[in-house]
Design a protein around this ligand. Structure first.
Ligand SMILES: [Zn+2]
Length: 131
């Protein structure tokens, strides 16, 4: 398949290119973190949505000593910059949860203020209203 060949070539080009050339190939960094624990999870999440991406970490950055500290963090890249917006949104949702989960709610039965992580009123057992 042409696409697979193309993708492989890109990865090879990236791998042997000077760091500054990365942007030339439409590759965008969408997430970076000092801790790499989330990377596999986020990469799988993006690939499930058909976004081609790659993780780059300290082991791959040969010139780490010459780069600012943040560049030695674990980083997640999308290979096509058209995927950048969607990738950013998916990552934000994955790390923070859907927006509506950020807010607490009031029990319609007894009026108790409930924290966002609970789906039932702790006082009377009424289920959280939809929406
Ligand atoms: Zn209640």
């Amino acid at each position: 398949m042409f696409f697979v060949v193309d993708l492989s070539c890109r990865i090879l080009l990236i791998y042997f290119s000077p760091y500054r050339l990365w942007d030339t190939y439409g590759i965008k960094r969408v997430y970076s973190a000092e801790n790499g624990l989330m990377m596999d999870y986020l990469q799988g999440l993006l690939e499930d949505r058909g976004i081609h991406c790659m993780v780059r970490n300290q082991l791959l950055s040969g010139a780490a000593g010459e780069l600012p500290p943040i560049e030695t963090w674990h980083t997640l890249w999308v290979l096509d910059d058209r995927d950048e917006d969607l990738a950013q949104r998916l990552i934000t949702e994955a790390l923070q949860g859907p927006a509506r989960d950020q807010e607490g709610w009031s029990c319609p039965q007894c009026g108790e203020d409930i924290e966002p992580q609970f789906s039932q009123c702790w006082r009377c057992g009424t289920a959280r209203p939809e929406g």
